[in-house]
Design a protein around this ligand. Structure first.
Ligand code: A4P
Ligand code: MG
Length: 186
């Protein structure tokens, strides 16, 4: 089977999120039958949904070429979440690491185990902006051009951090420098 390009959303808002995201990228770089091709800059983002008062998230998106099946890839992502102490308590509650399979090639699928594209991808600035950083010409199967989805996305507080596409072993400065809000209220 030829490799398929998959995009993976990374999120963390517990237990040193910068370290969690760094570890996740390192784990993605060692996925079997796969190659981590690139990852986006990191974003600091206000929580969407979930319990009030939870900390801001660190979000990013990674691209992986893989010959794993979608199910095997999701299972591997869940194993990485578990290895980084993910506890599933309440929906959209704080988490050490969330790895969402955003896209697997152009596959559209909807069953209890896996929905592709990720069902909330198109509503979320914390996914659309980093995805656009690494794949600006992307079309989301069944949903249209990424640039159009970005234009329609409602205001959410997100800040791109001043980290270029560096090798995953590079430690970002602490505290993380930030750029202004990207999508100010209209
Ligand atoms: N599942 C189905 N499709 C997928 C997919 N494409 N990728 C199933 C990953 N998982 C998928 O996921 C719940 C179930 O979804 C799994 O059993 C899997 O088989 P989970 O990771 O256990 O729980 P979750 O992530 O809390 O659920 P959910 O509903 O997927 O949450 P979301 O939509 O990922 O939202 N705010 C900010 N700023 N940043 C964030 O990263 N993340 C969330 C979580 C909410 N608010 C956020 C952020
Ligand atoms: Mg998830």
């Amino acid at each position: 089977m030829p490799p398929v390009l998959a995009y993976i959303g990374i999120g963390s808002n517990r237990c040193d999120p910068a370290n969690q995201v760094r570890r996740a990228l390192q784990a993605l770089a060692t996925l079997p039958a796969s190659r981590l091709t690139t990852h986006s800059p990191w974003y600091r983002t206000a929580p969407v949904g979930g319990p009030p008062g939870q900390p801001d998230y660190l979000n990013a998106v990674a691209a992986v070429e893989t010959t794993l099946s979608p199910d095997a890839l999701l299972a591997a992502l869940q194993a990485m979440e578990n290895a980084q102490g993910r506890v599933r308590a309440e929906r959209w509650g704080p988490r050490t690491l969330d790895l969402d399979l955003l896209l697997y090639g152009s596959i559209i699928r909807d069953d209890p185990y896996l929905t592709l594209p990720h069902p909330r991808l198109h509503q979320r600035a914390f996914v659309l902006y980093p995805l656009h950083d690494i794949a600006p010409d992307l079309t989301i199967p069944g949903q249209g051009k990424l640039t159009a989805l970005l234009g329609n996305c409602s205001f959410q507080s997100i800040m791109r951090l001043d980290i270029a596409n560096e090798p995953v072993t590079i430690t970002p400065p602490n505290p993380l420098p930030m750029e202004p809000y990207l999508n100010p209220p209209s």
